[in-house]
Design a protein. Structure first.
Length: 202
């Protein structure tokens, strides 16, 4: 194993030690988080310095300092709006898979299909392939269908009208989230006291 890879394992170890401060996070879930982070970083190793390192550093600091813990008495619930139009199977699969693998949060996935029956069927197929059709304690998915193509704005608004959580974000059907993206954004939002957090592609 290369020295940089060993160093990276130490970074993940430090983050996992910090996550153990969260009272409702058990050993089984912590082990699952480690596997998901290693899988993600292995798949996107060339983007490590952009995608993972800033998240690991900041989240470890927030947890170790204790400033995050008052906002983690319960598992955060976050809605994610996914508009779908002329989606490609492989990209939609990657997008929804990345939502299923969000750690430390409960995801309410709101998929809004922009008027195409082919897209609605594709969404159902992808959810079935991922085993993500059924509600669990950490995951819920709903699919909404516009009567005709209305554009991405109206498509998102259809899902936003169904929000039942205090926090939400959006994910395009051809994009992915880092496994820590929702937890990190939630904590930054809470600790900073701002109304919203905007992030770039990284």
């Amino acid at each position: 194993m290369e020295p940089e890879q060993l160093k990276h394992l130490d970074r993940i170890g430090a983050l996992l030690d910090s996550l153990k401060l969260i009272s409702w996070l058990d050993d089984e879930e912590t082990e699952s988080i480690a596997e998901q982070l290693l899988d993600f970083d292995g798949a996107y190793w060339s983007f490590l310095r952009i995608l993972s390192l800033p998240l690991y550093s900041e989240l470890t600091g927030l947890l170790a300092s204790g400033s995050a813990l008052p906002y983690l008495r319960d598992r955060p619930q976050i809605s994610v709006v996914v508009p779908v139009y002329q989606a490609k199977r492989d990209l939609l699969t990657a997008a929804l898979s990345s939502l299923c693998k969000q750690v430390g949060v409960r995801i309410d996935c709101l998929i809004s299909v922009d008027g195409r029956e082919e897209d609605r069927l594709l969404v159902q197929e992808v959810l079935a392939e991922l085993g993500a059709e059924e509600e669990t304690k950490h995951w819920k998915v709903s699919v909404f269908m516009l009567e005709r193509n209305r554009g991405v704005g109206m498509c998102r608004n259809r899902a936003l009208s169904e929000l039942k959580t205090p926090f939400f974000t959006c994910l395009d059907a051809d994009d992915i989230f880092h496994p820590l993206r929702c937890l990190h954004a939630y904590l930054v939002l809470q600790i900073s006291g701002v109304d919203r957090v905007n992030t770039g592609w990284s």
